[in-house]
Design a protein around this ligand. Structure first.
Ligand code: CA
Length: 235
């Protein structure tokens, strides 16, 4: 069953950005922009986790948390402004599970969400189904889509959903050079409205997690064209 996450955040751009990333990671998402509605949704919505901004109209985040804790122990991650130390202390005092300071890298938020959910579910991992036939590989690198797992020489590599999709797309098209536009379309969708250099940014993330760690050059840049993974690249 999918985990449902509630975003209570009045800054529409931030809320929308988090929403898209969470949906991409496979979560179901609820969203609202004021404290009073947020409290109602959190109390009644059967959510696995709440992301709660502090500066909110109607009821502030600390007050939402205080009232929510009367009836619910749903995990809460507070979104705090930079240097608002008192807010963090107050939030943790009132039963927040974690906090993250804005602005944050989405990878950090996703990692904290996974951690809080894992902690809350008793630390158990669900057994992964064994389907060896869906595995893609290049040299020592293997990727299993069904298990959402990437390994190099047997060592697991922790990727975000977007990084995984980009690597998956490059491996599916092994030995074929894909342009940035093609990668944008396949990985981000053709309605993607963000920065066009996002492909380069994510290639850099993958290289820092794979190439730099294992001393290989897996993803090759084809100047003026795009990117490719070729058999033999990994040597
Ligand atoms: Ca706010």
């Amino acid at each position: 069953m999918k985990d449902r996450i509630l975003i209570i955040e009045d800054e529409e751009k931030i809320a929308r950005f988090i929403e898209l990333e969470l949906i991409h990671e496979g979560y179901e998402v609820g969203k609202c922009a004021d404290g009073r509605t947020g409290l109602e949704m959190a109390e009644g919505g059967d959510f696995s986790l709440v992301l709660l901004d502090i500066m909110l109209p109607e009821l502030n985040g600390l007050e939402v948390l205080r009232r929510l804790r009367r009836s619910s122990d749903v995990p809460v991650i507070m979104l705090t402004a930079r240097d608002a130390v008192m807010d963090k202390v107050a939030g943790l005092d009132q039963g927040a599970d974690d906090y993250i300071t804005k602005p944050f890298a989405i990878e950090e938020l996703l990692a904290r969400i996974r951690l809080v959910l894992r902690r809350r579910s008793g630390g158990g991992h669900e057994a992964a189904p064994v389907t060896p036939d869906d595995q893609l590989s290049c040299g020592e690198l293997t990727l299993s889509e069904s298990r959402h797992e990437v390994k190099y020489a047997g060592n697991e590599i922790d990727l975000t959903g977007r990084e995984f999709d980009l690597l998956n797309t490059l491996l599916i098209n092994k030995n074929i050079v894909l342009s940035r536009d093609q990668l944008l379309g396949k990985v981000w969708g053709y309605d993607y409205m963000g920065e066009t250099n996002v492909v380069d940014v994510y290639v850099r993330y993958l290289r820092s997690k794979i190439d730099e760690v294992y001393g290989i050059s897996l993803i090759q840049t084809v100047r003026g064209v795009g990117y490719v993974i070729r058999d033999g690249n990994e040597q």
